[in-house]
Design a protein. Structure first.
Length: 540
């Protein structure tokens, strides 16, 4: 993990129990619907300004719960051949919250959770601050046609039902309960039911809808497509499965055998023998049994197999852009919303072991790749950037590509992340030399994790260090605050698999950081807002 580029040709967390009521959000969305460009496949457009003639199409592809181990050419051949290999792999990307809803909120706001308001899947969208100030809204304001296909933020239906969220011209969105078969989609506000036939497989349906929309609308205005796959997230109870893939991602029947040869990764942290260095609540997890390992292997193979359909769907979208002559004028971003445990540190199947909100490398460290149009990267493109980046950087990256601002009618959202466009173009000037990126979590439900999961924490990841401060931990009566924070501190250069918690020893890490210095940086990050020179409490 070096601070370079490889080139080719608590202050505690803000509590949100008692956040803005649903009625306020309904009014906010209703107000937006009355004043903004119309939703629907008719395109609306209204009085939105024309986009710059050289503005590229932008495609954001998001997978769900994809571990870094499955980010490879075997699982995703098209993604690698069309995005990763000709583009830039950000090998040290970290989530802001290792959980679906808050992580996706970070992507569409450019903010850490303490600023956008969502820390947990429950209640999710209800706690999003300024729901009319999000990435699709800003892109509409800049003249883009916007299309959402797939999974949206948890809890949105409790606020607005099947109605499209602010900012979307096309809305093809999965409703609860989320399944691969026998599910419902909201299509521009109209609910449509799908069954159990091969053509109803969720990944194929949303991919086909995205490709069809691109074919219809390409050339009218630049397009923004957010393709939010459910794969490789586990789903259940399954209705169309064979004996395979119990309690896991459900690939289509044709792909059941696609990952038979896939081997479960076995890093040194797998079924960690000695967890005495870990917080007490982690120590409650017994060693994995042979049966546990078999289940984890099955789930991993099914997850990898489910990515085959996502890769095909992405290939179809590329073909739609190629047919319309738009492919060379399109930027692509590929990312997972969070990682997943595959037995590391005794965490994995069965379900009570696999709480992905636990803050360790397998859930924090995620895939992220960016391919710019040739016109925006005329020189050598870095194949890999190993500087610290965050999912908070996705929104400012898209905004720079689109020439858009995070503002509506003079009101702007303060962006915590930084654009990745310069790094993907080979330009490192202005990027923090030893950036620390924040991750944080605050459970809404007092019994969310049972006895083996942290209830509230904040942490940071640097080029060589990983530091976490747990401020609420499980007890006999559920979550509760602690008199002294529980600390985890790992030297990622000497100990990339986090086998030795150095908290309390305060050694100087190989990267040069001490525990005290990291604690001070975390104190600043959990209150930060904005990343430019004008920020009063700048994020790094």
């Amino acid at each position: 993990m070096s601070d370079g580029v490889e080139a080719t040709g608590s202050g505690g967390l803000k509590r949100l129990r008692g956040a803005s009521p649903v009625a306020v959000l309904v009014l906010a969305i209703g107000s937006w619907a009355l004043t903004a460009c119309g939703s629907g496949d008719g395109g609306g457009g209204g009085d939105r300004p024309p986009a710059a003639t050289d503005a590229p199409n932008i495609i954001l592809v998001v997978t769900d719960d994809q571990p870094l181990a499955s980010f490879n050419p075997q699982a995703l051949p098209t993604v690698f051949s069309e995005v990763v290999e000709p583009g830039t792999n950000f090998s040290e990307a970290a989530v802001a919250v290792p959980l679906c809803c808050p992580s996706r909120a970070t992507m569409i706001t450019g903010q850490y959770a303490h600023n956008h308001g969502i820390f947990d899947n429950d209640p999710g969208y209800e706690t999003l601050r300024d729901p009319g100030q999000t990435l699709p809204v800003w892109l509409q304001q800049a003249g883009y046609l916007t299309g959402h296909f797939g999974k949206w933020l948890h809890g949105y239906e409790d606020v607005a039902g099947a109605d499209p969220a602010p900012g979307w011209d096309r809305w093809v969105t999965q409703l609860e309960p989320r399944l691969y078969y026998d599910y419902e989609l909201s299509i521009d506000g109209e609910v449509r039911s799908y069954g159990g036939s091969r053509r109803d497989y969720l990944t194929k349906v949303i991919s086909d809808e995205a490709s069809s929309w691109v074919r219809r609308r390409a050339g009218e205005r630049p397009l923004y497509v957010q393709l939010d796959f459910y794969a490789p997230h586990g789903a259940g109870p399954h209705r169309k499965q064979t004996a395979s893939c119990r309690r896991s991602a459900e690939p289509p029947l044709a792909d059941f055998d696609a990952a038979d040869a896939v081997e479960l990764p076995s890093p040194p942290s797998y079924n960690e023998a000695d967890v005495s260095d870990k917080p007490g609540f982690y120590q409650e997890l017994p060693p994995l049994t042979d049966s546990d390992t078999e289940t984890i292997e099955e789930q991993y193979r099914c997850a990898v197999a489910s990515l085959a359909a996502a890769d095909r769907g992405f290939a179809d979208l590329l073909e739609a852009l190629r047919e319309t002559g738009e492919l060379e004028d399109t930027a692509f971003i590929f990312v997972s919303d969070n990682g997943y445990f595959l037995g590391e540190h005794r965490m994995g199947a069965p379900q009570e072991r696999n709480l992905k909100q636990r803050p360790l490398e397998p859930t924090i460290h995620v895939p992220l790749a960016l391919r710019l149009p040739a016109a925006l990267a005329p020189g050598p493109v870095p194949s890999r950037v190993d500087l610290q980046v965050s999912l908070a950087d996705i929104a400012p990256t898209v905004l720079e590509l689109a020439g858009a601002e995070p503002c509506v009618e003079g009101e702007c959202r303060v962006i915590d992340g930084r654009s990745l466009v310069g790094l993907a173009s080979g330009e490192r000037r202005g990027w923090p030399r030893d950036r620390a990126v924040l991750f944080e979590y605050d459970a809404f439900a007092p019994d969310v994790g049972g006895p083996t999961a942290s209830c509230a924490y904040a942490g940071l990841r640097t080029a060589g260090s990983f530091y976490v401060r747990h401020t609420e931990v499980p007890g006999p009566d559920g979550c509760g605050p602690v008199e002294e924070p529980v600390i985890e501190y790992y030297d990622l250069l000497r100990d990339p698999f986090q086998l030795e918690n150095l908290a309390g020893a305060d050694p100087r890490s190989r990267a040069g950081a001490t525990e005290e210095q990291l604690a001070e940086r975390l104190d600043a990050l959990i209150e930060c807002a904005g990343s430019d020179e004008a920020a009063v409490r700048p994020c790094e």
